[in-house]
Design a protein around this ligand. Structure first.
Ligand SMILES: Cc1ncc(COP(=O)(O)O)c(C=O)c1O
Length: 448
């Protein structure tokens, strides 16, 4: 096998310690992806599969986009790298201007990171820096939410609310973090869109502020729709109430839009979709269509101004940054994505396809092992009934679906479905049909 032929199983699978993977199971029965084009993936057995989760929510504009490949190749030839500290290149400024055209309100100051986790960590640090600059150094507390996922560095796990992540690293998490309850109530069964009940869950923030002193809280961070834990759509009025409580106490509101950003809800950002403007937005994934790592933090102008004004001219205002913050190759991919967004009106496309996708998704509710379905825009979650222990059903179901040619991500017992925006109705039909077959096959195996 030549060193660039990735269509065959490599000689050894042992050396690579895979992330968030059952390594032992995988290495006995590998699932290697060898090619991707449009909405389809090919695996090492030569089987074609439809991509029902846009990779990990990253490739909504389709696999193998020529425009992006060409832009990246051209950039690598012209300027492959320049250090981002005390230097720069034109592209990152051009991209910041373009991103700021889409962000809500005056979230027009753009800081680049390398992924979603580092975007969240940066948002945490910017919040601290902002309050310090305003003379509010006592604000060190952060408020997250149960079932939130914000990434895997220490800051992101600390504010996140996924049990296994927290349990595994409990001894080294950030101090001063409290969590609100998640927004999924027992009565939210088979609800498409925003549940009518549960706005009062936002009052957890008020209770936490009463307990710790609102004047000690730096920021509250939530995903507008919790994505990785299965599309937990915010109850009607919930985000607005969070905004009001934050305003009352001077707490910054951070929306982690790493999944919902760039059209997943049908608007550029969930913030616009739900009519609530946070102080900071984090994004990653679809920013480059997932092909080059990049994270972005968009801040209100007054946050940037406060941090700038607190330092004398010539001093570094924020002691933070990464070797790969806004490097040319990531910027080139992101600029090509901006062109695609403009030319193909992709947000409208996602908005138009969403009702068709949601209707199809909810047709699966008659399957006996389907416990619940939730959905909004071009994202949905299907809970599979627990089998013996949490996570087993989801993983087995994922494998059964993979065998019939539909690929997605499963978190615990939830199948995460997030079709690409380039999907036509026939692709949505294929996703739903194959999900039905895969879930039914899983169910039949249970009975045998
Ligand atoms: C909402 C949210 N924030 C942050 C992250 C972390 O992103 P990354 O894996 O790029 O660090 C994710 C990843 O899925 C996410 O869904």
């Amino acid at each position: 096998m030549s060193s660039t032929d990735f269509s065959k199983i490599p000689n050894s699978l042992q050396e690579h310690w895979m992330p968030f993977t059952s390594n032992k199971d995988f290495k006995e029965n590998p699932r290697l992806i060898t090619g991707a084009k449009g909405v389809y993936l090919t695996n090492h057995k030569g089987k074609t599969m439809i991509d029902a989760s846009s990779g990990l929510f990253c490739n909504p504009f389709g696999h193998g986009r020529k425009e992006i490949t060409e832009a990246v190749a051209k950039q690598l030839e012209q300027l492959d790298y320049c250090q981002p500290f005390q230097q720069g290149f034109g592209g990152s400024f051009e991209l910041a201007t373009k991103i700021a055209r889409h962000t809500p309100g005056n979230l027009n100051r753009i800081f680049y990171t390398i992924c979603g986790s580092t975007a969240v960590e940066t948002a945490i640090k910017i919040s601290v820096a902002y309050h310090r600059a305003k003379g509010d150094s006592q604000r060190f507390r952060f408020i997250g939410r149960e079932r939130g996922y914000h990434g895997m560095n220490i800051g992101a796990i600390s504010v996140g609310g996924m049990v296994n992540n927290i349990k595994t690293f409990a001894s080294i998490l950030m101090p001063g973090v409290a969590h609100m309850r998640h927004t999924h109530l027992p009565e939210h069964k088979f609800v498409s869109g925003q549940p009518a009940t549960g706005i009062e869950l936002a009052d957890d923030l008020e209770r936490i502020a009463a307990n710790f002193g609102g004047e000690n809280i730096a920021a509250c961070i939530v995903e507008p729709i919790a994505g990785s834990t299965g599309t937990l759509v915010p109850p009607k009025g919930y985000l607005k109430r969070l905004r009001e409580i934050c305003d009352k106490h001077g707490i910054l509101l951070i929306f982690d839009e790493v999944i919902t950003g760039w059209g997943r809800t049908g608007s550029a950002f969930a913030s616009q979709e739900f009519g609530v403007t946070p102080d900071i937005i984090t994004m990653a994934k679809a920013t480059t269509n997932g092909v080059v790592p990049m994270g972005v933090v968009a801040c209100k102008e007054e946050i940037y101004d406060a941090v700038m004004d607190a330092s004398p001219k010539g001093a570094v205002e924020l002691f933070h940054g990464y070797t790969y913050s806004g490097i040319p190759v990531a910027v080139a991919a992101a600029l090509a994505v901006q062109d695609i967004i403009e030319k193909e009106d992709v947000f409208s496309r996602a908005k138009e396809m969403a009702p068709y996708f949601q209707k199809g998704l909810f047709t699966l509710q008659d399957i006996d092992v389907v416990e619940n379905i939730r959905g909004y825009g071009m994202m949905g979650g299907i809970d599979i009934k627990i089998n013996v222990k949490p996570g087993k059903a989801g993983f087995e179901c994922f494998k059964a679906c993979y065998e019939v040619g539909v690929n997605f991500k499963a978190t615990g017992d939830c199948l995460i479905i997030a079709p690409q925006f380039i999907c036509e109705k026939k692709h949505i039909d294929e996703i739903i049909d194959k999900l039905r077959t895969g879930i039914l096959n899983y169910s039949k195996n249970l009975k045998n």
